[in-house]
Design a protein around this ligand. Sequence first.
Ligand code: FAD
Length: 526
Amino acid sequence: MQWDAWGDPAKKRELSDAVTSLLTGFLGVSAPTRSRLAIEDVQVVPSAMAQSHVEALAGMVGAEYVSTKDSDRILRAGGKSTPDLLRRRSAEPQDAPDVVVTPGTDAEVEQVLRYCSANRIAVVPFGGGTSVVGGLDPIRDGFDAVLSLDLRRFDQLVGLDEESGIATFGGGTTGPRAEELLREHGFSVGHFPQSFLFATLGGFAATRSSGQASAGYGRFEDMVQGLTVVTPSGVIETGRAPASAAGPDLGELFVGSEGTFGVITHVRVRVHRLPETTVREGWSFPDFATGAAALRELVQEGSAPTVLRLSDEAESGVNLATTDKIGENAFTGGCLGITTYEGTASHTAERMAEARAILTAHGGTSLGEEPGNSWEHGRFDAPYLRDALLDVGALCETLETATTWGNLANLRSSVTEALTKALVEQGTQPLVMCHISHTYKTGASLYFTVVSAQTEDPIAQWHKAKTAAGDAIISAGGTITHHHAVGADHRPWMKDEIGELGANILRAVKNAVDPAGILNPGKLIP
Ligand SMILES: Cc1cc2nc3c(=O)[nH]c(=O)nc-3n(C[C@H](O)[C@H](O)[C@H](O)COP(=O)(O)OP(=O)(O)OC[C@H]3O[C@@H](n4cnc5c(N)ncnc54)[C@H](O)[C@@H]3O)c2cc1C
């Protein structure tokens, strides 16, 4: 992963003529306000870690697994939100954790946490580094130094119970590595968020991630059967049985705890046999309301597909769903839906026939396999496109929320209006696009993509827009985050979301597992 852009530099995207004319003609994008820096020109705030601590940590995990080098620190300086990437284009000194420690066993993690608790060192667990909510920011919050605890050595398939369909992975195993290790045995996890190529299973659990196949395989928390969590107060194993009535589910406390309660060193995850068949289909709906009603009917009355998404008119109009063709007029008018079915050939055919009948009865027209295949082909590429947009002076960022079906239209219009108003007031007309990314029997998530010209200070520009959107989400009854998590960026809205009592409950748990408060200060807990 690059320190200041997405993924693999070899996959850098050039903007097509169609996108360029959209940017210049419609949005008034003219020139970049910030350019990328060569890594050798980057200044990093000097490490505040005392040499005595470095030596003590080296004694615990081995000297080769402790680094205060700027080149290691800068790679763990934060996540991959648009403000993160813009910040890295600044010539000012970059903040970064003071030391990077890469333990290899639970016992080493525990020793490191105990040492940090005793020595006023904050700890930020680091998985794939794909947080978009400031979850990896090296916030000091009164501590003397910040340690980035890299999980990358926890990257093994530790066990596979084929009979029960449960695999145990190290928490630092990336999505592709997990799929590769399971494929040898004919299994798959089936969790494919857009960040799949770099994010880790521990990170998915820590953030309640939701992947593109959530309609079929569920959110990541649905897949989690158990966790090993190392806390400063000891180790906890969750998930003794597939279901239990032994009081509140403690596993639920750690799923979504974003590294504030402990370090997830192992994840026991439900796996399924590799599907015999995968069939995709594109759908056209006359408008978003008709399409949303059709999707609702399908998830409430039919058997849900593996993937189910619906782009609104704006997103369909610029072809954002199929990244190869963005800006081209391949899809004109209405809204594009995508369905994917997986399973045995006969089960897939049955469910598709049922879905087709429901979607057609609710105003959908089948577009055949091509749009679905095209979406599948480019589904992990959009982050590269964002880098190319930032390079030419466009602001591009996403945000997400969820609500009930009954409140979906209200939430969508409230957020769209808030974003548009906040950006127009700053002199930049935005293009605000939206899609339904995840569906449930009772509601759905909304995923917004915003593009506009950058102002002189694009970080402050986005901050105003994001604040307006967050306030609008709360006023309109949505959740501040459906799957990106809370981190530092959504923390200001957490009291609105869970109330003072909810915040007190989280603080009480934190006090039990992390009495010195070293784990991820400034994140999640208001
Ligand atoms: C381009 C892009 C697309 C994305 N698409 C999606 C998407 O489709 N769906 C989705 O859900 N999210 C998405 N995200 C958000 C992000 O990928 C997820 O939050 C992901 O789950 C983070 O995993 P990670 O391994 O990268 O964790 P990191 O980013 O390294 O960490 C995230 C947070 O979890 C903590 N943490 C990480 N690992 C552990 C651990 N083992 N134990 C305890 N705490 C830990 C960190 O301290 C941090 O607070 C996207 C992000 C980007 C940049």
